[in-house]
Write a protein of this length. Structure first.
Length: 662
């Protein structure tokens, strides 16, 4: 009722539609907010489906910015923004700290010095303090902001601070962030890390539209204010530059859009400039074998044009990366001595070589690469996938063996599927031992670990509260898809052969990678060029050292290596290092004998030339036994294992619930 005289009684239920009441203030606010989100009062997304795009801060602003187009969009300065939301549970928390350290690595500033974090108010920010503030956060946001004309900025800090201030206005909260500017590529860019908490300490949820479009549009607005909109001449120059590029371009995208069902496209266009672009690009595609001229200005595009151009673009990026790293390392490599290792090739063979450099191919997606000087005399670029999939540190000069990973269903998967099929789609250790009386409990636990890994990473199996596993009838098909998906994150398997550089192995008083190659019946092929030449020289000097030390004998123009040579060299180093550790720990060392049970507290790993060992502390002494990656989760905990050969079968914890680790 707007005033005392406007009341008019009506029969019927209270608040029936016959009563016209003015909307209360709160209702008007809610209605306005709903309209800002893109719908009317009580509206739902088109089709009645829930997409989640309207959840989070900045939803309405994000959609408003995404709707911009026309000539204004064409003239706007272009800014590339890559966004990722990183969960911080488990190992991701330590990976986040490592990510900050990597962003501050050497060689990223204009002067080639170490990068420095900065924040809203300080040119030098404390990365450790930032990590401690976010220690309990559920997630964090990472942005890479790269203005196309970033080279026109002497300093990117003011632009970054203004951008983050604009984000705070749009999202309605203060943000806790740090950033670092990189000038080590052809396009200066800024890495920004934002905590996943708002100013009140609640989880910060940002709408998808704002993440995908809003931030980019805000950054472009600021660059436009600084440099002015792109002129017609600048736009045309940028488009002309795409004609000869060996990558998938905006011109290619327009050609695809205008092609008919037979992939036939014409070179003519609505004006002379567009026709110049189309005709020039089609001529370039013809020279690449990706377009076929049909006469009269008509061309048929290759069916794999987009994929081929993307591969060519990636190859060009890789070649430029290799040249940059060679220049930085001051090494000379001619194109004939450079190669890109393709683990997916049918004839892909293992690669053994020396690590020249490890770097990030895609900092946004955490994609790493190695450049390896191989024993074949060539330098290889090796994409190794996500950094979190490579547990070991690979220092410059380390010697590694790289092998392709082939997606395949393992025997353990077939066993699980077979046992589950015989037990109503359920699997557990008891069912396994009942199905196969010859199996040991430790062997059955390896199947449980396989299921747990797939549950955590892909969710293709479920575990009941009782501990039994629900295994679907199409389990093997799911496993095949799971293994294929993992290839992008881990395309190769890396074995660290030696952290020590090659020149230190020739006279090392330990079992070295060279020794294992010398006694191997199938040594790696070695060319007498580059690193291969260095390996041959080191092998010759190592033979002389082994003979001089009495570990080998010269006979019939060759060198004879006794069967126990590797074990003797390893034990020699082990006893020497154990003596040093004994003084440090204040307790005696006891060597673990073959077949003996080892029980104690796992303290840490010990890196030897002969390999990596685990330090197991007992009540009165300690021992060193072969290390396994799974032990790192057991630091300070009791472990038990059985020595066998050159390895050990572990049991973590007590009772049947503890998994056996081989």
């Amino acid at each position: 009722m707007a005033d005392d005289d406007s009341f008019e009684p009506h029969l019927g239920h209270q608040r029936s539609q016959g009563i016209k009441r003015p909307r209360r203030y709160l209702g008007r606010v809610l209605a306005a907010a709903n309209l800002a989100r893109g719908g009317g009062v009580g509206s739902r997304p088109a089709g009645g489906s829930f997409t989640g795009s309207r959840i989070g801060r900045g939803a309405g602003v994000g959609r408003l910015l995404a709707s911009r187009g026309g000539h204004a969009a064409a003239s706007r300065r272009r800014v590339i923004v890559k966004t990722s939301v990183v969960k911080l549970a488990g190992k991701s928390a330590s990976a986040a700290a490592a990510h900050l350290r990597y962003l501050q690595r050497d060689g990223t500033t204009r002067e080639g010095t170490r990068g420095a974090l900065y924040g809203r108010d300080a040119d030098v920010a404390d990365g450790k303090a930032f990590g401690e503030r976010g220690a309990g956060d559920r997630h964090q946001f990472r942005f890479i902001v790269s203005p196309e004309d970033g080279d026109q900025y002497d300093d990117l800090k003011p632009l970054t601070r203004r951008l983050m201030a604009r984000l705070e206005e749009d999202l309605g909260t203060k943000l806790d962030w740090v950033a670092v500017d990189h000038f080590n590529t052809g396009h200066p860019h800024t890495h920004i890390v934002v905590r996943g908490k708002d100013e009140r300490g609640a989880d910060l949820i940002i709408a998808r539209d704002y993440l995908t479009t809003g931030i980019r549009e805000r950054a472009a607005e600021l660059v436009d204010l600084d440099l002015g909109p792109r002129t017609s001449r600048e736009i045309q120059q940028s488009q002309r530059a795409e004609i000869e590029q060996e990558r998938f371009t905006l011109i290619d995208r327009a050609l695809f859009k205008g092609a008919d069902a037979e992939r036939v496209v014409a070179s003519h266009a609505r004006d002379g400039f567009d026709q110049t672009l189309r005709a020039g690009r089609l001529a370039k595609l013809s020279r690449l074998g990706l377009a076929e001229s049909l006469g009269a200005g008509r061309f048929r595009l290759a069916p794999d044009l987009a994929d081929t151009l993307r591969r060519l673009g990636e190859r060009g990026d890789i070649i430029r990366t290799m040249q940059r790293e060679f220049s930085r390392a001051a090494v000379q490599r001619v194109p004939a001595d450079q190669a890109i290792y393709d683990p997916a090739a049918p004839d892909a063979r293992p690669l053994v070589g020396r690590v020249l450099v490890r770097g990030l191919a895609d900092e946004h997606a955490d994609r790493h690469y190695l450049i390896v000087d191989g024993t074949d005399g060539r330098s290889h670029y090796v994409a190794i996938g996500r950094g979190t999939e490579t547990d070991m540190s690979l220092p410059q000069g380390a010697i590694v063996r790289i092998e392709p990973v082939r997606p395949a269903v393992r025997e353990v998967d077939c066993t699980i599927a077979r046992i589950a099929a015989a037990n109503g789609g359920r699997y557990d250790v008891d069912a396994h031992l009942h199905h196969d009386p010859t199996a040991t409990e430790g062997f059955a636990e390896t199947h449980v670990r396989r299921l747990e890994a797939m549950r955590r990473t892909a969710g293709i199996v479920e575990r009941e509260p009782s501990g039994r596993w629900i295994v679907a009838p199409d389990h093997l098909d799911r496993v095949a898809a799971y293994e294929a998906a993992r290839l992008r994150d881990r395309p190769v398997a890396i074995t660290l052969l030696s952290k020590q550089p090659l020149d230190r192995l020739a006279d090392a008083d330990a079992a070295t990678w060279i020794d294992r190659e010398l006694v191997s019946g199938t040594p790696e092929p070695v060319r007498d060029v580059g690193f291969g030449h260095d390996v041959r020289d080191a092998q010759a000097r190592r033979r002389q050292w082994l003979v001089a030390q009495g570990f080998a004998e010269e006979a019939d123009g060759g060198t004879m290596f006794p069967n126990g040579m590797i074990a003797a060299l390893q034990r020699r180093e082990l006893l020497r290092v154990a003596g040093q550790l004994s003084d440090e720990l204040g307790m005696p060392f006891r060597e673990a004998a073959e077949g003996a049970r080892v029980e104690g507290v796992y303290r840490r790993s010990v890196e030897l030339v002969s390999g990596r060992f685990a330090l197991i502390e007992r009540s009165r002494d300690f021992t060193l036994v072969p290390w396994r990656p799974v032990l790192e989760r057991q630091v300070g905990k009791s472990v038990s294992g059985l020595m066998r050969g050159d390895g050990i079968s572990w049991s973590i914890g007590r009772g049947r619930s503890g998994p056996g680790i081989s």
